[in-house]
Design a protein around this ligand. Structure first.
Ligand code: TRP
Length: 363
């Protein structure tokens, strides 16, 4: 059986560098590796609504933004199916059956959900839909019989939950569902890219993001005002690399060729770091280098985005076709699930025959 990818993002804003290094870049590489038989990339609008029920407009407006970001990063609609979650109602049905296989206590233990509940300040008013989104995520993954979920480290608990549901389902109803694996980014600086303010995570709500759609000028401003080492005041001062996000970004994005092109005085990132730690290297020089590295990477993405922005109808057409393909796939899984659970009543000639004979013979 061929390998299948399913992954996705909530459409609550434009995608940023954290998404890019955490998952997007790898998705494009995997797409182009030819290793996968099928690739599904989902815009998780229904999941986004679990904590935005009062603001569907935000979700509605951001579907196109996420689609544009995907396409401009190099997701190719001839190789990957891009679709919108809520347009595949089979996913909801599947989640409804899975809910019976998961305990409330187990949901309570999910570390990602726990953190998000604190971040969103839900207190005691947690929407049930939000609480159960790990179950819905298990349907997203299993509906496509995905073997591989390229995602950031924050999604690990979701995949774990999915695997548990798969085990439970298969042990009760017979071997039906496919157990997925997460595929994390290989570079550890990419696992959790800090925000430009040095805070733990790049996140829209913290206002510390570099967006894929930022202009070159926005990018320059954001890089030049990035958090570095607060004690590195004069150029001569020794500087600290740990927690200095300019260097974390260089870990994530710079390659040896970048030094030849933009900073030929240094042969490698290690040399640059050593100089910074010794003292005598100013932040501005390092930031200008980082800007050049990011600019080289983002410029083609921005250019492709501009093209797709001029054909929004075409992008919706891509999504619509994607939804049709995704729906057919999910419907197949759902047939298998219904058969396994023996809730495929009208197909179940055996059931109908038995009951019919039982009543006839009792007459
Ligand atoms: N939880 C993901 C996010 O926060 C979105 C998502 C929904 C997803 N369903 C998924 C990711 C299935 C991977 C697999 O962006």
């Amino acid at each position: 059986m061929g390998k299948v990818i399913l992954t996705g993002d909530r459409p609550t804003g434009k995608l940023h560098l954290g998404h890019y290094v955490g998952s997007l870049r790898q998705r494009v590489e995997l797409q182009n590796s030819g290793e996968f038989e099928k690739i599904f990339i989902m815009i998780a609008d229904a999941q986004a609504l679990t904590d935005n029920a009062d603001n569907p407009e935000k979700v509605r407006q951001n579907i196109i933004e996420v689609a544009l970001d995907y396409l401009s990063c190099g997701i190719d609609p001839t190789k990957a199916t891009i679709f919108i979650q809520s347009m595949v109602p089979e996913l909801t049905e599947l989640a409804f059956y899975y809910m019976n296989l998961v305990t409330v206590a187990r949901l309570e233990r999910n570390p990602t959900v726990k953190t998000e509940i604190v971040m969103r300040e839900f207190g005691k008013s947690i929407p049930v839909g939000f609480y159960t989104y790990p179950i819905s995520q298990a349907s997203d993954i299993t509906a496509f019989r995905a073997t591989t979920v390229p995602a950031g480290a924050d999604q690990e608990p979701m995949i774990e939950q999915t695997r548990e549901i798969v085990h439970k389902f298969n042990s009760i109803y017979g071997e039906t569902l496919v157990e997925p694996e997460i595929k994390l980014p290989s570079n550890c600086a990419c696992m959790r890219l800090p925000g430009t303010d040095g805070k733990a995570k790049m996140s829209k709500s913290l206002g510390n993001c570099i967006y894929l759609s930022d202009t070159a000028e926005d990018l320059r401003k954001k890089v030049m005002s990035m958090y570095t080492d607060p004690n590195h005041i004069r150029v001569e001062d020794p500087g600290c690399i740990d927690g200095n996000c300019v260097f974390t970004y260089l870990d994530a994005f710079s390659r040896p060729e970048h030094f030849d092109a933009y900073l030929p005085d240094y042969a490698s990132l290690d040399e640059l770091k050593a100089h910074y730690q010794r003292g005598g290297l100013g932040d501005v020089k390092v930031k200008k280098f980082l800007y050049a590295v990011l600019q080289e990477m983002l410029e083609p993405i921005r250019a492709r985005r501009k093209e797709y922005e001029q054909d929004i109808e075409g992008v919706y057409e891509i999504l619509k076709k994607g939804c049709e393909v995704a729906r057919a796939e999910a419907a197949e899984t759902l047939d298998m699930v219904r058969r396994a659970m023996k809730i495929n009543y009208f197909e179940d000639t055996e059931l109908i025959r038995q009951q019919s004979e039982m009543y006839k013979s009792a007459k």
